[in-house]
Ligand binder design. Structure first.
Ligand SMILES: Nc1ncnc2c1ncn2[C@@H]1O[C@H](COP(=O)(O)OP(=O)(O)O)[C@@H](O)[C@H]1O
Ligand SMILES: [Mg+2]
Length: 240
């Protein structure tokens, strides 16, 4: 093999949740690579293991078996503090429910990942302002989450995900709580990020959202049932 290792590599990854009464196999023997600059949709019905998979790629959880590699490095056995550090430097999260801190204004929310990275206050503010500008929210920097619409909150959440220049953005149903028009605006923002070379993994159960991505991985009962390039993007013809 030549060249750089894949950005993310899952090798025969399984994750079992053990409760008092039973063991649930949420992800079973899943393998795939994600290259730099790829935009991948993860689809599958509710309960098929999408979030469990994302939590492992995002270093929030460890596999029960198999290995997760980030830039060729096996990250499963790293100590928790090193994993947290790596997570804040390398992964940007976007959730369906935005997950902004209610007591912080937009600017402070976006600055937060840089606090964890130990970036100095002045620099933090500048970089957070840049990211708010990039998502069209600089004019709302002093607003608190409850003073913002859902679409605006998601823009701020995307700015927060971007602020530490992560290697990969993981988005779990990023348009799931938005009306279709606002959702389309958010997807257009992801288009811009993708065009700029950002690696993106987006969980969705909406086929029209997945169609914006160049590749779709479909899960069922914790296993991959399809992993395909999307025809309309594979031949270089842009979607509408
Ligand atoms: N913390 C947990 N404890 C026990 N079972 C869980 C836990 N989290 C998820 N599961 C189970 O694992 C399976 C996959 O869940 P999840 O990854 O959330 O699926 P999806 O995101 O595709 O809806 C489901 O059967 C779910 O009930
Ligand atoms: Mg889920």
């Amino acid at each position: 093999m030549t060249g750089l290792p894949a950005l993310v590599s899952l090798r025969s990854v399984s994750r079992t949740y053990r409760t008092d009464s039973a063991a649930v196999i949420a992800v079973h023997d899943v393998s795939f690579d994600i290259k730099r600059g790829e935009r991948v949709a993860i689809m599958g019905p509710s309960g098929s293991g999408k979030s469990t998979l994302m939590n492992m790629v995002g270093l929030l959880d460890r596999p029960s078996a198999g290995a997760v590699l980030l830039e060729g490095e096996d990250v499963d056995d790293l100590p928790d503090d090193r994993r947290s550090e790596l997570r804040s430097q390398s992964i940007g999260f976007v959730f369906q429910s935005y997950n902004l801190l209610a007591r912080h204004n937009a600017l402070q929310n976006v600055e937060l990942p840089l606090v964890y990275c130990g970036v100095h206050r002045k620099e933090r503010k500048l970089r957070a302002q840049e990211c708010l500008k990039a998502v069209g929210m600089l004019h709302r920097a002093q607003h608190f989450p409850k003073q913002l619409s859902g679409g605006e909150q998601q823009r701020v959440a995307i700015a927060r995900a971007l602020v530490a220049s992560p290697a990969i953005i993981l988005a779990d149903e990023p348009t799931g709580a938005l009306d279709s028009r606002t959702g389309a605006d958010i997807l257009a923002l992801f288009d811009t990020l993708h065009d700029g070379g950002q690696t993106i993994v987006m969980i969705t159960h909406d086929a029209s959202v997945a169609a914006r991505c160049e590749r779709t991985i479909v899960l069922r009962d914790g296993q991959i049932v399809a992993d395909e390039m999307n025809a309309h993007t594979a031949n270089g013809i842009a979607t509408q």
